[in-house]
Design a protein around this ligand. Structure first.
Ligand code: ADP
Ligand code: MG
Length: 402
């Protein structure tokens, strides 16, 4: 039975179940009680700023790092927990890294075939299956080249083939597109999306890139300071972010301080900002008279004639992008909006009216010690650039070809 056939019968069974995963480095808590269930054949993206604990979580799943507490089951087996720590090579995972991590002294076909040697597939069969997989990533014509001769995009295709060929129950990806330039990144993103779906693979994919996360995910989890703040289908995370940080990290055009005037529907609230009243989506339960932080998605904004829910401002900048114009507008109420789209260009310095669709206008009450958004910094301390976070341990995961 192939992995995709298995998927039909077992798609509701979680491949990975993590409960309360916690990791300390010295006395710093880097993972803070992560709960996660990953269903078979689903593509889960963990999106978070640099330093939020994404790589540490992946290392704990892979087994190259020990948990401080919590339990982890993969394919129904406890692989980590109190008194339990299965080594990486016994977890049957495959992995794609940011820096490709191909064996330099092996040809492309040998790199891919090596993943099968560990599964005790015999020599000729190994080459056949490696070539078939290379064909699927468009690399079979370079099967006998060495990785040093390949571009970054080609190397990452080979790494992807190596990760998929063994049909392991779980594929872990640590920012695999980060080292590629824009057009290749987009191309390879589509290939990762289609290849993993076609093969029925179950994927946990981490990235700090919002667009990448939204376009790949079946389930999107936003991680911050070692905690999953929200997990759900990408549409849900975008439309109903759990808190201001999630909203900010999934893309905002701007934010303003306002007061709640009153509820206008089960999900709607009227807010006042300066002289203007507008309709917003009620996040949490904003009550009349309360101060609220109103967060604006770019796709809720348009330039237009004055009307209800319209705010005035002055255009600071306009730029042509993807067939229309993006405007930066300084509003009369003292906040700035970016990415205000229009089919026509409004000149710098001109007075404009910005229309706001309540669907993408999110009113969060300031309450219960909720931090103001500008006090929440998405930038966390990070490891130095260019230092692969866990080079020596990769051999544990992928085997050492000597
Ligand atoms: P991300 O992948 O989201 O950028 P990491 O998981 O690499 O984040 O790191 C999370 C935090 O843990 C960071 O503050 C980082 O400096 C710290 N950290 C990561 N690895 C180690 C380590 N081996 N020893 C001490 N601190 C570490
Ligand atoms: Mg990382």
């Amino acid at each position: 039975m192939t992995l995709s056939e298995t998927a039909d019968t077992q798609s509701l069974e979680p491949v990975l179940v993590a409960v309360g995963l916690t990791k300390f480095y010295q006395d710093v808590r880097v993972l803070d009680g992560i709960d996660l269930a990953v269903l078979r054949s689903s593509f889960v993206v963990l999106l978070g700023p640099s330093g939020s604990g994404k790589t540490t979580l992946l290392r704990c799943i892979a087994g190259t790092e020990r948990l401080s507490s919590g339990t982890l089951h993969i394919a129904g087996r406890e692989v980590a927990g109190p008194g339990v720590h299965l080594p990486p090579d016994r977890r049957h995972l495959s992995m794609v890294f940011q820096d490709y991590a191909l064996w330099p002294h092996m040809s492309v076909a040998e790199n891919v075939g090596f993943a099968l040697r560990r599964l005790a597939v015999r020599g000729s069969e190994r080459r056949t299956r490696a070539l078939q997989m290379l064909e699927r990533v468009g690399m079979s014509h370079l099967a006998d080249q060495y990785p040093g001769r390949l571009s970054g995009g080609q190397q990452q295709r080979v790494a992807l083939a190596r990760a998929l060929v063994g049909e392991s129950p779980l594929l872990l990806c640590d920012e695999p597109l980060s080292n590629l330039d824009a057009h290749l990144r987009e191309q390879l993103r589509v290939e990762i999306a289609t290849l993993t779906r076609d093969s029925g693979a179950t994927v946990i994919y981490i990235t700090h890139d919002q667009q990448e996360a939204f376009s790949l995910a079946d389930q999107l989890a936003v991680i911050h300071q070692g905690r999953i703040l929200q997990i759900g289908p990408p549409e849900q995370v975008y439309r109903l972010p759990a808190n201001p940080f999630v909203a900010q990290f999934t893309g905002l055009a701007g934010s303003m301080d306002a007061h709640v005037v009153g509820r206008t529907g089960p999900e709607r609230v009227r807010v006042r900002c300066g002289e203007v009243e507008l309709e917003a989506t009620a996040m949490g339960d904003p009550r009349p008279g309360e101060a609220a932080q109103v967060l604006l998605r770019a796709d809720a904004l348009s330039l237009g004639p004055s009307g209800f829910g319209a705010l005035c401002g002055v255009v600071r900048d306009s730029s042509f992008r993807s067939g229309a114009y993006d405007h930066v507008v300084d509003m009369a109420q003292g906040f700035r909006l970016t990415g205000v789209r229009s089919n026509t260009r409004a000149a710098r310095g001109s007075n404009v009216v910005v229309l706001i669709d309540p669907v993408g206008c999110l009113a969060f009450p300031y309450r219960d010690g909720v931090e103001r958004l500008d006090a929440v910094s998405p930038d966390q301390p990070r490891l130095p650039e260019g230092v692969p976070a866990w080079p020596t341990e990769r051999a544990d995961l992928m085997g050492s070809p000597g």
